[in-house]
Design a protein around this ligand. Structure first.
Ligand code: CDP
Length: 225
């Protein structure tokens, strides 16, 4: 069996996609590309420029007109990659609560998706890539060699986000995180363009019943390793 060259991992927020994707890319010597950071970067830019999130054409113009560089991590501070806009490193800014609160609204805009998925597709088509997102197997790379859909209950995902947020030293409430996760799931899966769903040929994995190590082992098996 030949090792798949393009691997798509989709699923809802905090289902473990990034952990799995990073580990898989490291083991295979592939590029890890978390597409969510691009939607976060456009959201950050809109907030930074004072563009109203509800102004679809202005937000779309930002996505179309601003190159976003996603590069391998230049620092060992826990980041998966660098996110650079106009020469500025905004990697940690993309994780701010105000970005988190608005990113699903921004990523529902058709023009924003068109601009960002075209860039993602170009990178994906080069191969030797593990690409993580919501619509990689369905829209960005429907021809991917291996498609994984990683799911988990909203409660389990909220608990993980809660632990991550606290580990970074921020004050937070579990029930608040749960309602934000549920709200984002709702927007992501009911939007008109490229809604979150498993591709028909995706392998479904549920990380409620599998540990991170078990998920990884299962995917390595699917890669013939
Ligand atoms: O890390 P987390 O799963 O919370 O979020 P993310 O993967 O960074 O994605 C943030 C948001 O960007 C998601 O809630 C989606 O609204 C959007 N997104 C998308 O629409 N399509 C993608 N391929 C990736 C992210």
């Amino acid at each position: 069996m030949t090792t798949p060259s393009t691997i798509a991992i989709d699923g809802p927020a905090a289902s473990g996609k990034s952990t799995l994707g990073r580990r898989l890319a490291d083991s295979l010597g592939y590029l890890f590309f978390d597409t969510g950071v691009m939607y976060r970067a456009v959201t950050w830019l809109a907030l930074q420029r004072g563009v109203a999130i509800s102004d679809e054409s202005a937000v779309t113009a930002l996505a179309e007109g601003t190159p976003i560089d996603v590069a391998p991590a230049s620092r060992a501070d826990g980041r998966a990659c660098d996110v650079i806009i106009e020469g500025r490193d905004i990697t940690w800014e993309t994780r701010l609560p105000e970005v988190e609160a608005n990113v699903s609204a921004v990523s529902a805009y058709a023009g924003v998706r068109r601009a960002l998925s075209a860039q993602q597709r170009r990178i994906g088509q080069r191969g030797k890539v593990v690409m993580v997102g919501r619509d990689i197997g369905t829209v960005v790379l429907p021809e991917a060699d291996l498609k994984i859909y990683l799911d988990a209950s909203a409660e389990e995902r909220a608990r993980r986000r809660f632990d991550e947020t606290r580990a970074r030293g921020s004050e937070t409430q579990l029930d608040e995180i749960l309602s934000k996760v549920q709200e984002r799931d709702h927007i992501d899966s009911t939007r008109a363009v490229a809604p979150l769903r498993a591709a028909d040929d995706a392998v479904l994995l549920d990380s409620d019943s599998l540990s991170a190590d078990e998920v990884f082992a299962r995917v390595m098996e699917l890669c013939g390793k």
